[in-house]
Design a protein around this ligand. Structure first.
Ligand SMILES: CC(C)(COP(=O)(O)OP(=O)(O)OC[C@H]1O[C@@H](n2cnc3c(N)ncnc32)[C@H](O)[C@@H]1OP(=O)(O)O)[C@@H](O)C(=O)NCCC(=O)NCCS
Length: 197
């Protein structure tokens, strides 16, 4: 990814690690987010379908901001503030469950560098800290090796296998059910992730 001069962050970080920080989805991020999503279609398909055009981004970011059952974070690179990817917590149920389901994607150029691992550690810290959740789920198709590696690295455990679990790209897809509870989370995992590259 070409570097941009490092100035101050365009938005106050929600949480910071050595190489990444989390920021909220903002209306003014529409152009960068969707350009990066279009560049990343080959990486994302057939697993993930993030908004490709600014108008779709506006609806997507608006739903995340307004829905108390969701929390969403852009993953930004500290060195140049570019958007490396995103991690959302969906379907948040409170009461005696205190659980949310993860959705995430890296953008090309940022993938495979440990940035998402670091950022996932930051999101886990937010989930079990300020958001007050007790459990995070990640439901992943069995062939999605990079996604399985990401959650395994973050300490999630495989709980089971659900046939025809989610409707994705027009078909009901089987999913592995990975989860992490607050008791199993490594404190400050995001700050320690990465090997300094
Ligand atoms: C799933 C996804 C977000 C994972 O992102 P990622 O970039 O692979 O995750 P990381 O940033 O943690 O990168 C990990 C890789 O970087 C490598 N790496 C390089 N430098 C590193 C560093 N300093 N620290 C840690 N890892 C580093 C790791 O070795 C690892 O590669 P490996 O698995 O070949 O060993 C990404 O593959 C993606 O967007 N997939 C498509 C969308 C998708 O499937 N979403 C989820 C649907 S369930």
């Amino acid at each position: 990814m070409p570097g941009r001069p490092a100035g101050p962050p365009p938005v106050a970080p929600v949480a910071e690690g050595p190489r990444t920080y989390l920021s909220p989805y903002r209306p003014e991020d529409a152009e960068e987010f969707t350009a990066r999503a279009r560049e990343s279609r080959g990486l994302h398909r057939p697993w993930l379908f993030p908004p490709q055009e600014p108008v779709a981004y506006a609806g997507y970011a608006g739903r995340i901001a307004e829905d108390p059952a969701r929390a969403g974070y852009l993953v930004r690179i500290r060195a140049d503030h570019r958007i490396a990817g995103f991690i959302n917590i969906n379907n948040i149920v409170r009461g005696a469950f205190l659980c949310g389901a993860l959705g995430y994607g890296a953008f090309v150029g940022a993938a495979g560098r440990g940035l998402m691992s670091e950022a996932l550690g930051l999101v886990v810290g937010e989930a079990f800290g300020p958001l007050g959740l007790h459990r995070l789920e990640a439901n992943i198709q069995p062939g999605n090796a990079a996604s399985i590696a990401l959650v395994r690295r973050a300490g999630f455990r495989l709980e089971g296998y659900s046939p025809a679990f989610l409707l994705i790209d027009g078909a009901w897809r089987d999913h592995e059910r990975w989860a992490l509870t607050a008791e199993g989370a490594v404190p400050d995992a995001g700050r320690g992730a990465g090997r300094g590259a």
